[in-house]
Design a protein around this ligand. Structure first.
Ligand code: KIV
Length: 260
């Protein structure tokens, strides 16, 4: 049974933790889905981990549509959420609704995510009114890196609580809490009825999300403190490819069993 907005709200009511991960292509989406993850976010973090950019700012709508479409093909159970890239929702409400709609019309995603709190509540209301579920994202919002003066933990408790309540009132079905001290994230989680999904926000959120390529150590970028690396897949890939290069050099690949 595919994960729905209703199921996620029920999970919060029942104190069942929600697991979320990013994915950007078909093979990983399939593995993540088959592993029982509830939400697969096609994050604009693909700018960092797939495109090699130093921020998420250059990512375009067409790139997000492409990646979300190939992810959806590999998913049977998880909720697929398409991340709205920088400048796809900031210019006008019409633009925001049209771009959010593209995720549902063209990719198979069933929801979108956008960054911001009280300042985007009108947008969340309008997109939700068009029948598109919206996940909000508050705290450290990477698309505002220049305004925040870098990727910094956000500690303004009053503002964060207000942001969470505003996005809930606007109709968001869930909210990502990024880079927020654990005690503040706990208070936010208790203050709203919608599930909070934490990344660098401590253990008391209703769920957790990580960037897949960070938790599998597939990138060599500097890891934030909140990342736990569950495997060293980059090393496994490098060693395997070195073996291949050696065998080609020695002429031991292909051997009899790989020949016609
Ligand atoms: O783009 C992304 O992957 C995200 C998550 C880190 C929440 O926004």
């Amino acid at each position: 049974m595919p994960v729905t907005v209703t199921k996620l709200l029920k999970m919060k009511e029942r104190n069942e933790k929600i697991s979320a991960l990013t994915a950007y292509d078909y093979p990983f989406a399939k593995i993540v889905d088959e592993s029982g993850v509830h939400i697969i976010l096609v994050g604009d973090s693909l700018g960092n981990v797939i495109q090699g950019e130093s921020s998420t700012l250059p990512v375009t709508m067409d790139e997000m549509i492409y990646h979300t479409r190939i992810v959806s093909k590999g998913v049977q159970n998880a909720m697929v959420v398409g991340d709205m890239p920088f400048m796809s929702y900031q210019v006008s409400i019409e633009d925001a609704i049209r771009n959010a709609g593209r995720f549902l019309k063209e990719t198979g995603a069933s929801a979108v995510k956008l960054e911001g709190g009280a300042s985007v509540s009108t947008l969340i209301k309008s997109i939700s009114a068009a029948g598109i579920p919206v996940q909000a994202h508050i705290g450290l919002t990477p698309q505002s890196v220049h305004q925040m003066g870098g990727y910094r933990v956000q500690r303004d408790e009053e503002r964060l609580l207000d942001d969470a309540k505003e996005v809930e009132a606007a109709g968001a079905f869930s909210v990502v809490l990024e880079g927020i001290p654990s005690d503040i994230a706990k208070k936010i989680t208790q203050a709203v009825k919608i599930p909070t999904i934490g990344i660098g926000a401590g253990p008391d959120c209703d769920g957790q999300i990580l960037v897949l390529h960070d938790m599998l150590a597939l990138t060599d970028r500097k890891m934030p403190k909140f990342v736990k690396q569950y495997a060293q897949l980059g090393e496994v890939a490098r060693d395997s490819i070195k073996d291949y290069v050696d065998e080609v050099a020695k002429g031991t690949f292909p051997s009899e069993e790989h020949c016609y």
